[in-house]
Design a protein around this ligand. Structure first.
Ligand SMILES: O=C(O)c1ccccc1NCC(=O)[C@H](O)[C@H](O)COP(=O)(O)O
Length: 277
């Protein structure tokens, strides 16, 4: 199975539609389709119902290119048909963006104007720092990529942005129940999940792949659970990864870089093309 390009295209442009394919608890209001303007209004309420429910559980992208650092990266992603960018706020990452720098704000606004969903990537960050970046309206989604607990994530509810939890799994074969026990608490609490390899102290961006056969077995048994595949994806393996795992949403950082830490427009273009039929 490959990501359907019509869905992907639907997620782009300032008034575009992004398909929500996260399964969320029935107690949480969950429209099936969002517009970028919905994301812009994520601090508001719709009637008496909060747009994003408790903490948000929406996956609003099909292809996320993580760790962008330049406006030209955004141009390349827009041209290639990607629909989300990861802004990395982990100081130890090669892809780090300084939240104090005006150029980070310019980058975030530039991505927003191109209709791309901006995912802020955080590792064990304080709620205050995440909140201050959110207040500047630089991000649309919070990605927690450290050792954050469910309690930590729930404490971010006041920020009122959707939260995507990176679940870091071992690189080798892993059982369906083992995967499920890591994911279920988060999805049942209404959070989105991104499955990545456990990169140890680096936390992410390792370029190492998960065992796709294991994920495929798990996803077949959990078809109602929407999730994002990350870890070691590249232009030359993303189609197979989608086919084997059944992922409907993919994320990449190092696989579209040359040299490491520098995004390549050519690799971004190939990646997006191969992630779609
Ligand atoms: O990319 C990083 O440097 C990074 C560092 C610390 C935490 C998260 C990080 N990236 C988050 C992502 O979503 C990456 O796309 C994901 O880890 C996959 O990376 P890669 O295997 O390089 O495609």
């Amino acid at each position: 199975m490959q990501i359907r390009s019509d869905k992907r295209r639907a997620g782009r442009g300032p008034n575009s539609v992004a398909v929500d394919f996260f399964a969320t608890p029935s107690s949480v209001y969950q429209p099936s389709v969002y517009r970028q303007s919905d994301l812009d209004r994520s601090n508001e309420t719709v009637g008496s119902i909060e747009l994003f429910g408790l903490c948000g559980a929406r996956n609003v992208f099909h292809i996320k290119i993580c760790g962008i650092r330049l406006k030209s990266d955004i141009d390349a992603i827009e041209a290639a048909g990607g629909d989300a960018v990861g802004l990395n706020f982990f100081p130890k990452s090669i892809r780090y963006l300084d939240p104090q720098s005006a150029s980070t704000g310019e980058l975030a606004i530039y991505a927003q104007k191109r209709g791309l969903t901006r995912v802020g990537v955080f590792v064990n960050e304080s709620a205050e720092r995440i909140g201050s970046i959110s207040e500047k309206k630089w991000i649309d989604v919070i990605q927690l990529h450290g050792d954050e607990t469910l309690g930590d994530a729930k404490a971010l509810a006041a920020i009122r942005l959707p939260i995507l939890r990176a679940i870091k799994l071992p690189a080798g074969p892993i059982g369906v129940n083992q995967i499920d026990s890591r994911i279920r608490p988060w999805t049942e609490a209404g959070f989105g999940v991104l499955l990545d390899v456990d990169a140890g102290p680096a936390h992410g961006g390792s370029g190492t792949a998960l065992d796709w056969d294991s994920l495929g077995r798990w996803s077949k048994a959990n078809e109602d659970t929407s999730w994002t595949l990350a870890g070691g994806l590249r232009p030359d393996n993303v189609a197979e990864a989608i086919n084997v795992t059944g992922a409907k949403s993919v994320d990449v950082a190092s696989g579209v870089e040359s040299p490491r830490g520098k995004k390549s427009a050519t690799l971004i273009s190939e990646f997006c093309r191969n992630a779609n039929p």
